[in-house]
Write a protein that binds this ligand. Structure first.
Ligand code: ATP
Ligand code: MN
Length: 465
């Protein structure tokens, strides 16, 4: 092989220097041809597109090409030329070939095309090599990048909240415990309870279900912050929209009221979707053509239209008057089920809806009480096909009101003195929200199951690799 710098397939297609010698490395998708010439479709993950490599059999023997089967990894040097064939603009006339690794056709699980998503979930260690998962994972990357860009451009600070926490009162979901105690021989107190004073941290600890409470410490110091990190919930929800380990983005803003919070949430989601449309056009087009013919239209529609803003009480009225039969009956005070959310979004308004001012009973203790004494300044952003994509609120900044909610709800606050200090010293109106990153990726990719938009999904009964 000549000392030539390797280029990615993306670079070769985007910026082709025709009639130069190029160097490319990747995994074989297919090989076909006849006894004069063989065509190999090579993919290196940089783009959904393959580059075609043409092997002239007057220069390569059958024996040399034999290891080139689907899944094999190869290194090729050759001349980049305009392609005669359909479906590609350039191709490589091979001069040199190096085989890195073979993939036995009898054993390689992705030998055939067109596997179901269920099958690929069983082969999660290899599925990033398929077109579908390559597309999803590149879009996921672009969205993560867009998140940071959006907030950085707005002057927000990325604030790292802990993954291991000793606060268990957020109430967002069941927690995974973190311990180094020997489970088969637990130390006990005299009363017989587990003696956590002898655990690693000297107290009971868990994986975080939300970075919000710590995020509020950041916002009341730096002004506007956001978190973007893993979140863990041990709830046994085997749904296509829940994971046990997911990534959440939680901006928290000092001096933001609920309306500012809604504006930010809407602008933020639209920015991320636009960013993906602009930077992942090929991948989104592929998913549109393969799985969901309305995907691109739906993405443009959401970016172009205002979200509906609707108080919970009016939402309930709409559901009551809808004449629709719901599995879970509707009345003021219920926590909306997915069927209710989707009726409002998909049937009634046909647009994303920001539902506000929920009954205090169904929302978290830290949300700001409205003057009616019954509802709180919560805002959930509801999306077509997804349901809740964002949950947020204006926070109660008044120490006494917050304390009386805590007492009403009997929340164990003994380890939460640090949170209450935000209300004792220089308290300010502030707001924030949480966006489940995988739900955003679900929406932008048009995938149906949240397990297909994260490389290594964690859900009840599943923790392979
Ligand atoms: P849901 O009602 O859908 O279970 P939630 O109200 O419990 O969600 P929040 O505590 O408000 O969720 O969390 C904020 C956001 O995090 C949600 O709007 C959603 O986008 C996302 N989210 C919550 N739980 C999960 C989960 N188990 N897997 C993936 N994303 C989640
Ligand atoms: Mn919520």
């Amino acid at each position: 092989m000549k000392p030539i710098r390797r280029q990615t397939v993306k670079q070769l297609i985007q910026n082709p220097l025709l009639d130069t010698t190029v160097d490319v490395k990747g995994w074989v998708r297919t090989r076909r041809g006849n006894k004069n010439v063989q065509f190999v479709a090579l993919n290196d993950g940089s783009t959904i597109k393959n580059i075609q490599i043409v092997f002239d059999l007057s220069r390569f023997s059958d024996e040399q090409l034999k290891p080139i089967t689907t899944g094999a990894s190869i290194h090729v040097q050759g001349t980049l030329v305009a392609s005669q064939g359909k479906g590609q603009s350039v191709e490589i006339q091979a001069d040199e070939l190096e085989i890195y690794g073979t993939a036995s056709p009898d054993e390689y699980p992705l030998q055939k095309k067109g596997h179901t998503l269920e099958f690929l979930r069983e082969k999660a260690h290899l599925r990033p090599r398929t077109n579908t998962f390559g597309a999803v994972l590149r879009i996921r990357h672009a969205l993560a990048f867009a998140v940071h860009k959006f907030f950085n451009d707005k002057g927000f600070y990325y604030f790292h909240t802990p993954l291991i926490t000793a606060s268990d009162c957020e109430g967002a979901g069941a927690m995974f415990q973190v311990t180094t105690l020997p489970l088969s021989d637990l130390p006990r107190t005299e009363e017989g309870a587990v003696d956590y004073s002898r655990d690693f941290f000297g107290k009971q600890a868990s994986l975080t279900v939300s970075g919000q409470l710590e995020g509020e410490l950041g916002a009341t110091a730096l002004g506007c912050i956001y978190t973007f990190g893993p979140t863990f919930r041990a709830e046994n929800s085997n749904t296509p929209r829940h994971l046990s380990e997911f990534w959440m983005i939680e901006p928290e803003m000092a001096f933001y009221e609920i309306a500012d919070n809604m504006d930010l949430a809407e602008e933020f989601i639209k920015f991320c979707i636009s960013y993906a449309l602009e930077h992942c056009a090929d991948d989104i087009q592929f998913l549109n053509d393969m799985f969901d013919k309305e995907l691109i239209d739906r993405l443009h529609f959401v970016v172009k239209n205002d979200f509906v803003r609707l108080p919970y009480t009016e939402g309930i009225d709409i559901l009551l008057k809808s004449g629709q039969k719901f599995e879970f009956p509707v009345s003021w005070g219920i926590d909306l089920a997915s069927e209710h959310e989707r009726y409002l979004v998909e049937k009634h308004f046909k647009k994303p809806v920001i539902l506000t001012d929920y009954p205090k009973e169904i929302k978290a203790f830290y949300m700001k009480l409205n003057d009616d004494g019954k509802t709180v300044r919560a805002m959930d952003v509801l999306f077509p096909k997804i349901g809740e994509i964002i949950g947020g609120s204006q926070r109660e900044e008044d120490y006494d009101k917050l304390m009386s909610r805590i007492e009403e709800l009997n929340i164990p606050m003994k380890d939460m003195w640090w949170y209450l200090d935000t209300r004792r010293f220089g308290t300010v109106p502030h707001s924030g929200f949480g966006l489940g990153f995988e739900r955003l990726v679900l929406f932008v990719t048009g995938m149906q199951n949240i397990r297909d938009v994260i490389p290594f999904p964690r859900f009840p009964g599943n923790c392979e690799f």
